[in-house]
Write a protein that binds this ligand. Structure first.
Ligand code: TPP
Length: 527
């Protein structure tokens, strides 16, 4: 007879989840006893880092990822990262060890009190099995819940004495269980959307991260080429849904109500696919949509559909819906205009402008590189200057929670050893999950971190001007030596002050095949 622990590992194995991302404590040790040889444990030194690595891995591999945290304190440390995972629809199965069942009600040390409430509202499902025999059922349910659209994190709290118990014989059937959920548009919906598109004079597409997550960027290109229309990336999109050098690509939409309406002013039909309507940031009074514009929203997430302030929404999975639309819409007979804007030419300054750093990086990076962004004030410049070519080329913190990029970069590089990952990160943001450097070094993950050192929280300075709050006492972050921090965690360090030095540093880092951090002093970006 198998134990609860053996059965759970069998379920994980059959779902392709042979990596456990964790930081253990006493409650979690029995789960790790006799750790199976075909599994890998990826240790992160703080739980925000653990969850961020798993998030990057899951997004880049398209697979569910198991996260093992230490009781309430470990879950608490991971909550900021969980906010990002929730917003990027990352299928993370987050588990936390609970105290021994015989003692939970008297609340001993390390009890996870009201465990199921703790991660809410950032999980799709949260559960603590009522018996040990229920553990395999709840892990199986957790995986299938996380992986059904809209995907997202789930949470299971497991008392530590459950693992050695005998599993129920019937629970063995969970190992081969499959749940399939694929939702296309029904015929009436498809007809009415295709008719609205065909009768529009001047449509525009706004695409979001779920296009990339559903492996549908090529279909988005086919649709844009049939409609001969411009394409925007949705405000603050955490993934790139469309090749940003394609002639249809206009850029990254801004994030204020009024500004978005102004940017979309010329259009009578706004087709939003795989994004919320919209992810606003600064409050700007105004109309949600331009006058006389109709909005059609296709999303895999019922919450995104129901909370949108305007337009009509259809809930369907992005890839099948795009496939249907590409087949259903008529091709416009006009030539495809070139909607691209050319970035400004930059003169060489010292320190370098962020724009110059990006131009150099774009030149020095291999063609199919992956960029993870947490250089907050330079996001617009990055979208203008770096090339995001194929599927899965760009990642960003979906909830705006800093501490995403360093660990996510490690997880993404683990999932995609065939592509070079660059984490481009501000000197402020670099401090939120810096322990990810240690995991990169210990597990030989050759990600390259480029720290944009402007000595300040640049994005907050910009926001302070938007909110008209003047100077505040918490803007600057001087005197941090990132090269020494990197070396302290076992990562080779470089610094670069010119395009040539940056190019050399990237080449040297890549030759070693090891992780590297390149510290680059910069000016603020042009706003
Ligand atoms: N804490 C978390 C967890 N997330 C946040 N978004 C913030 C604080 C607020 N915040 C947003 S941008 C920012 C801060 C503190 C500054 C980041 O500065 P830096 O990484 O140096 O990049 P820069 O803006 O200078 O490009």
């Amino acid at each position: 007879m198998n134990t609860v622990q053996q059965t759970t590992y069998d379920i994980l194995r059959s779902n392709g989840m042979n990596i456990i991302f964790g930081n253990p404590g006493s409650n979690e040790l029995p789960f790790l006893k006799n750790f199976p040889e075909d599994f890998t444990y990826v240790l992160g030194l703080q739980e925000a880092t653990v969850l961020g690595i798993a998030d990057g891995y899951s997004q880049a591999s398209g697979k569910p990822a198991l996260v093992n945290l230490h009781s309430a304190a470990g879950t608490g440390n991971a909550m900021g990262a969980l906010a990002n995972a929730w917003n990027s629809h990352s299928p993370l199965i987050v588990t936390a060890g609970q105290q021994h069942r015989a003692m939970v009600s008297v609340e001993p040390y390390l009890t996870n009190i009201d465990a199921t409430l703790l991660p809410r509202p950032l999980v799709k499902w949260s559960y603590e099995p009522s018996t040990a025999q229920e553990v395999p059922y709840s892990i199986s349910r957790a995986i299938h819940t996380a992986m059904s659209e809209a995907k997202g994190p789930v949470y299971v709290s497991i008392p530590y004495n459950d693992w050695a118990q005998e599993a129920e014989q019937q629970s063995q059937s969970l190992i081969s269980r499959k749940v399939t959920s694929r939702r296309a548009l029904d015929t009436d919906s498809l007809d009415s959307i295709a008719t609205a598109i065909s009768s529009a004079q001047n449509p525009v597409m706004v695409l979001g991260s779920d296009v990339d997550a559903d492996d549908a960027n090529d279909l988005a290109v086919q649709l844009a080429e049939k409609l001969k229309c411009p394409v925007w990336a949705a405000p603050s999109t955490p993934r790139c849904p469309f090749p940003n050098r394609h002639r249809s690509f206009k850029g990254l939409l801004t994030s204020g109500i009024n500004s978005i309406s102004e940017q979309l002013q010329a259009h009578d039909l706004i087709l939003v696919i795989g994004a919320p309507v919209f992810r606003y940031h600064q409050y700007e009074a105004g109309e949600y949509l331009p006058a006389n514009a109709k909005l059609i929203h296709i999303t895999c997430d019922i919450n995104e559909a129901s909370r949108a302030p305007a337009g009509d929404a259809w809930v369907a999975d992005i890839k099948p819906a795009l496939q249907q639309l590409v087949t259903a819409v008529e091709e416009k007979t006009t030539a495809l205009p070139d909607f691209r804007n050319s970035p400004l030419q930059m003169g060489l300054t010292s320190p370098m402008r962020p724009e110059t750093v990006f131009d150099t990086l774009n030149w020095a990076a291999p063609e199919n590189s992956i960029f993870v962004n947490e250089s907050t004030s330079t996001t617009a410049a990055m979208w203008e200057r770096l090339t995001f070519a194929g599927q899965g080329s760009y990642y960003y913190a979906a909830a705006g929670g800093l501490g995403f990029a360093m660990p996510a970069g490690v997880g993404i590089q683990m999932a995609r050893p065939d592509r070079q990952v660059f984490v481009v990160i501000g000197d402020g943001s670099s401090n939120y999950s810096i322990q990810a450097l240690w995991t990169a070094a210990q597990y030989s993950v050759p990600v390259i971190f480029i720290v944009m050192k402007n000595g300040t929280y640049g994005a907050l300075r910009w926001f302070a001007s938007v909110l008209e709050v003047g100077d505040i006492p918490a803007f600057d972050v001087p005197d941090i030596n990132f090269s020494k921090l990197a070396e302290g965690y076992g990562v080779q360090a470089f610094s670069a002050g010119t395009p040539n030095e940056l190019e050399q540093a990237i080449a040297s880092a890549r030759r070693t095949g090891k992780p590297a951090l390149i510290e680059v002093e910069t000016w603020g970006a042009l706003q």
